[in-house]
Every structure is written in C-alpha cells, then in structure tokens.
Design a binder for this molecule. Structure first.
Ligand code: CTP
Length: 221
C-alpha cells in the first residue's frame, strides 16, 4: 500500500529509506519480529525531506508518523521489503537501510492457528539479504545500520565491506546504550566510511544523528 505521496520532481535527488522491523508469520495470528521502532527511519526521512530530497520510505509495521511529503510504502515481511527495494533501486540515487530486517522466517506458515502443546519446535530459514542483493543500479549509494552487542567496530566494518556499502552507522547495544525504542535518551554511534575512516558520536539524539547521515549523503551525491 502506498500513501502520502508528494508531487515528485524529476530533478531532485532521490533517497529510498527502509524503516522499522519486518514481521514473519508463523500462523494466521502469530509472527516473529524485533524491537525496531522505526524512529531512526522517521528522523532520516524528515531530515531528507527538509534538505529537499525526493524521499520514499518502505516501512514495516510501526507506530511513528513519517513526514508529509515522503512517499510511504507499507510492507510486512523481509521478502516483501526486498521486492519493493529491488523494484525501485534503479531510479534512486541512495538507499538508507535503517530497517531491522528479520534474518530468519519460519520455514512453514501454518494455515490454521497452531494449537498449544507441551513442546513446539520451529524450523527457521534464512531471509535474503536486501542490501547485498540490490539489483539494477550500480551507482546507487548504500548506507547501512548495524546493531551489535560485541566487537561493534570490527563487525560493522566487515558488514560495510561484505555488503558493498558507502557508509555504515553502528549502534552498540549495551546496558547503557539501547538503540531500540523511541525514548529521548541520547545514544552512541560510530560512522564508518568506505576507506575505513570513522567517527564516534557520544550521547547524541536520533534526530541529530539523522542530520549527520543526511549531510554525509549530500557529500556522497
Ligand atoms: N539488512 C538487509 N537484509 C537483511 C538483513 C539486514 O539489507 N536480510 C541490512 C540492514 O537493514 C542493515 C544492515 O543490513 O542496514 C546490517 O544489518 P544487520 O542486521 O546488522 O546485519 P546482518 O547482515 O543481518 O548481520 P547479523 O548476523 O549481525 O544480524
């Protein structure tokens, strides 16, 4: 479903943002997902709209309001998100993947509600990697977000290289730094560029981080 589309200019640089979690159904009433709130995606969309970009947001189910002027595409699963990204990548200048894509999905989705029993096993299979699999536009700039609980810098840098990113923004989840949720608490981030150059930001608000990301996009484009 697409909504809230502004008059799209042909000369504006186009930014595609993915946001929120994906959800992966188990049966007609249950699903697995994660804690992503969509707030970072929302903040980046707002900064990008304000900076004059033509912005589309592909979002999983969230309770945030994206800025007026951004085109919003609603999806549920990782595969739906991938389909929407692949369909659009060709015509965008930059993709910012803030979405917390579920890495796994139940291998089988039960057609009827699974009834309770003493024990129930779930077989999960891998979802496709959206960033690595972007087709069509070789020139599209790619920005990833990584949530890490340990070896944040090393793991983030590895993802940057493996997924062919221009920039990765790393969040480290520790007791004091919980990247999830919409709370006002400032958080810590490390931004790594293609040549390994990096900058650490301590205790800054999500909207400030989003502003920095959009400024970096301006330098890339
Ligand atoms: N991502 C993606 N497709 C996936 C999973 C993640 O495009 N199936 C993107 C995320 O949106 C994010 C970046 O890849 O911008 C890093 O996501 P993360 O979950 O940290 O990386 P994973 O490759 O899933 O690694 P991990 O094993 O640490 O979960």
């Amino acid at each position: 479903m697409t909504q809230g589309k502004k008059e799209r200019g042909t000369l504006l640089k186009k930014i595609l943002i993915t946001s929120g979690p994906t959800i992966e159904p188990l049966d007609p009433v249950r699903y697995i997902t994660n804690h992503s709130s969509g707030n970072m995606g929302r903040e980046i969309a707002e900064q990008a709209v304000n900076a004059g970009y033509d912005v589309s947001v592909i979002t999983g189910p969230v309770n945030v309001s994206y800025p007026e002027g951004a085109e919003i595409i609603n999806v549920l699963t990782a595969r739906e998100m991938k389909e929407e990204v692949d369909k659009r990548a060709e015509e965008y200048d930059c993709i910012v993947m803030t979405a917390a894509v579920c890495d796994f999905r139940p291998e089988e989705v039960a057609l009827q509600k699974i009834k309770k029993e003493e024990k129930h096993s779930l077989e999960l299979i891998k979802n496709p990697d959206i960033l690595s699999g972007i087709k069509g536009n070789k020139d599209i700039k790619k920005i990833g977000f990584a949530l890490e609980t340990h070896n944040a810098f090393e793991n983030g840098k590895k993802k940057l290289e493996e997924k062919g990113l221009d920039i990765i923004v790393i969040n480290e989840k520790t007791e004091k730094n919980d990247p999830f949720g919409g709370g006002p608490a400032p958080r810590d981030y490390t931004v790594i560029g293609k040549k390994g150059e990096n900058e650490h930001f301590e205790k800054i608000e999500k909207n400030k981080m989003a502003q920095i990301v959009v400024e970096r996009i301006g330098q890339l484009l």
